[in-house]
Write a protein that binds this ligand. Structure first.
Ligand code: SF4
Ligand code: MG
Length: 334
């Protein structure tokens, strides 16, 4: 599996009137070609900020204070804004939750896709028109020749998101970044859009970095999962590892708060309390105020990374308990 994106020891801070706040704190992960990596967590966990920093689209008061972002082997922290614009136009595309904010209401969708292509390619007008039809067909929009004459408000939410995906694909990106692109859609349409993203990923061997707060979306789309809490990755692994054998109480909480098709009778159990805000300075494990398993040490020291399996890692002191009791029995033998 060829590595496309590598995020290394990334720290992002925001300056505010109260001083600097750490939004993302020392996260490391990879995205390979042909792989969908999902970042999951409640709002405020640092997911969207991570995506924006990769695109170099952080707001003015946000800054990468440590770490590196490598894309196809190049360190993007060293790129100028101009070079970065080129990458955004040609190599990495992003789709967002609400296509209405990205589409211009006063132009037809045909016009908007045409403009995007004309801006970045040397195609003739005729070839561009053909490409627009090809892209709309690719994303499953029926009767594309009629659709191009329509305005965004004439399309359903699902169709608008398909248009956004068509625009995102227009330059054959190697990496597609998606920030909750299906959150505003109803479940059936959501499922169709997730299928579409999966199909396109396979067809073009793209890497997909997908952010969501919803574990049921993760089940549908992820190859690998990064669970984020309080600006840190607290658990990561393959979708099988994390969904079947979650090791972090927060992951377990996220799973228990959504319906399980295999166990329809199980009551839903929301995680008590709310996620920390950026300027909360929680000592030890950030999750301890909400964790039903919290122990004394949890509020003192941030948990080390424990390896469950080659690709499955977790930051939780519960993993130490086994090691510790083993250690005690050894000393008893002595
Ligand atoms: Fe809960 Fe402690 Fe594990 Fe944090 S380290 S998740 S508080 S058990
Ligand atoms: Mg967000």
């Amino acid at each position: 599996n060829e590595n496309l994106l590598r995020v290394e020891e990334l720290k992002i801070e925001f300056s505010s009137s109260k001083g600097p706040t750490r939004a993302v704190n020392d996260i490391t992960f990879n995205v390979s070609k042909g792989e969908t990596v999902c970042i999951v967590g409640e709002s405020g966990s640092g997911k969207s900020i991570t995506l924006l920093s990769i695109m170099k689209l952080l707001s003015k008061n946000g800054e990468i204070t440590n770490g590196n972002i490598h894309f196809q082997g190049n360190n993007m922290r060293n790129l100028s804004n101009k070079q970065m614009r080129k990458i955004r136009n040609q190599e990495i595309s992003m789709i967002f939750q609400d296509p209405m904010t990205a589409l211009n209401p006063v132009f037809t969708i045909g016009y908007q896709i045409t403009e995007t292509i004309l801006n970045h390619s040397g195609l003739s007008k005729k070839a561009t028109h053909e490409r627009v039809i090809e892209l709309l067909t690719l994303v499953g929009i029926p009767a594309p020749k009629q659709r191009i004459k329509q305005y965004p408000h004439e399309l359903s939410g699902g169709m608008r998101q398909r248009v956004m995906i068509a625009i995102a694909l227009s330059n054959n990106p190697k990496l597609l970044i998606a920030d909750e692109p299906t959150t505003a859609l109803d479940v059936t349409i959501q499922s169709q859009i997730l299928d579409l993203i999966q199909d396109l990923k396979e067809k073009f061997n793209m890497g997909v970095l997908f952010v969501t707060h919803d574990m049921s979306v993760v089940t549908e789309i992820a190859d690998r999962i990064l669970v984020m809490y309080g600006g840190k990755i607290v658990e990561e692994g393959t979708v099988e590892d994390v969904m079947v054998n979650p090791k972090h109480p927060y992951t377990e909480g996220l799973l228990n708060s959504v319906p399980d098709i295999n166990r329809p009778d199980r009551p839903l159990e929301p995680i008590p309390g709310s996620p920390p805000s950026l300027d909360d300075d929680i000592p030890g494990c950030h999750f301890h105020p909400r964790c039903k398993y919290a122990m004394e040490e949890c509020s003192i020291e941030y948990p080390s990374t424990f390896t469950i399996d080659s690709d499955h890692h977790v930051n939780c002191w519960l993993q130490k308990t086994g090691e510790w009791s083993h250690h005690v029995s050894e000393s008893e033998v002595l």
